[in-house]
Design a protein. Structure first.
Length: 424
């Protein structure tokens, strides 16, 4: 890195540090709020010289990753407090383990939750979560810029609501503002995360990393990045995992929903911070196959839930192309969920990501309304924080949901005034 690049890196990192800053709760971490001040750097020249050393730059990046992991809301565990109690020393220890090639993922915990559905949850130790943030922070921008526009999951300025409105845009475009018939073909992958082939995933990620970091730019940090990525992808979190709960909790959980039931080198932990980035990389070839090879311009995907919108004349070919898509995903160890193949005429309303898209209007689906009603009643009796309702109301502000809000609030004795406005 030249001096200008180093200076830009420091400025960018200081901005992240400022936005991610969290009030310290211990003497050790309080003295570490200003990283450069902690290690005794006072001038920009000293900072530039210090960061020029790759080992120091790696330590600074790990500190930024820790701030972001800390901001994730998982600060109440003994694991987190134990790491932050001697933050600087622990970050140096992690940096040295990575630098010497002696880093290996630690053992976490696993449990099953039942709300809103039965689901298996693996939780990585805090030190591993820091590393996950470092990996994603290092590769995300470059990788994200090379994904198709209509991939919505876990991307900056995108997400659920963006995906819903993009589907609405595609429907209105193909149907010429609902003046002609159009159809939405919706497809889903069976047990997507549990069927990811780790060797295939690693080759896809490595190929993209090699493009992100040309040969003439690679240094020790590139080797560490590749090594750490390999360790994360091929780690088997089921070995040595600490079980929370009882084995009875797994009763009724389908095999394609449990990492504990998958063969060697298959499946990926859903909750890891790296998983969503790797997930988008894994399905990027599918996006390009449907969007470019098959030629469906009005296409979108959120994780493993994807669709394309066609005219009435294109519908017959679209049905035939479902077989081509099935053959394509089979090459990646995946398969279409036959029970979730849907072809819907747009005037009937299309359900996607908890919302029914019906022309110019968006309605909450039955499950979303049921969950909202349950949340309101739990808040009313003091069993949940009002923040839950604020989250729902944020989503509902984009939907035609005034009636369900008023009805639910009336049930618990709350007042609510709303005015319906048609969105065009």
């Amino acid at each position: 890195m030249n001096q200008n690049e180093i200076r830009q890196t420091i400025y960018a990192m200081k901005k992240i540090m400022k936005s991610a800053n969290v009030k310290a709760t211990t003497r050790e971490s309080k003295g570490f709020q200003d990283f450069f001040g902690y290690i005794g750097l006072e001038t920009e020249e000293e900072e530039l010289e210090w960061v020029r050393e790759p080992r120091n730059l790696l330590l600074l990046e790990l500190y930024i990753a820790e701030l972001l992991a800390r901001r994730g809301g998982k600060r109440k565990t003994m694991d987190t407090h134990g790491f932050e109690l001697n933050l600087f020393e622990n970050l140096v220890r992690l940096r040295d383990a990575l630098w010497s090639g002696n880093y290996y993922p630690n053992r976490g915990t696993v449990h099953v939750i039942f709300d809103p559905v039965q689901r298996e949850i693996f939780a990585a130790p805090y030190v591993d979560r820091i590393l996950h943030h470092w990996i994603v922070g290092t590769i995300m921008k470059w990788q994200d810029d090379r994904l198709i526009y209509d991939s919505y999951s876990c991307r900056e300025k995108k997400g659920t609501l963006f995906g819903i409105k993009r589907l609405q845009h595609h429907i209105l475009s193909v149907s010429q503002n609902m003046k002609r018939k159009a159809y939405v073909v919706q497809l889903d992958l069976t047990g997507y995360f549990m069927h990811i082939k780790r060797d295939v995933l690693y080759e896809l990620v490595k190929t993209r990393l090699d493009k992100q970091f040309p040969v003439n730019t690679r240094d020790k940090r590139y080797d560490i990045l590749l090594w750490a990525t390999q360790q994360v992808i091929f780690d088997d979190p089921t070995k040595g995992v600490r079980l929370q709960g009882t084995y009875r909790d797994w009763m009724g959980l389908p095999e394609d929903k449990s990492l504990m039931m998958q063969p060697k080198n298959q499946g990926m932990v859903i909750g890891n911070y790296t998983s969503q980035t790797f997930s988008n990389i894994y399905l990027d070839p599918l996006d390009r196959f449907i969007r470019i090879t098959l030629g469906y311009k009005h296409y979108g995907r959120y994780v493993d839930d994807f669709y394309f919108v066609v005219t009435e004349e294109e519908l017959a070919q679209a049905k035939r192309d479902i077989k081509a898509i099935q053959s394509f995903v089979a090459g990646y160890g995946l398969s279409l969920n036959r029970k979730k193949i849907k072809i819907t005429e747009v005037h009937q309303g299309v359900k996607f990501l908890g919302v029914i898209v019906k022309g110019f209007r968006l309605f909450p689906c039955s499950r979303l309304k049921r969950n909202f009603r349950q949340a309101v009643h739990l808040v009313a009796i003091g069993r949940k924080s009002p923040d839950v309702i604020i989250s729902y109301l944020g989503m509902f502000s984009h939907l035609d949901a005034g009636k369900i809000i008023k009805k639910t609030f009336t049930e618990v004795g709350w007042d609510y005034e709303f005015e319906y406005k048609r969105r065009v």
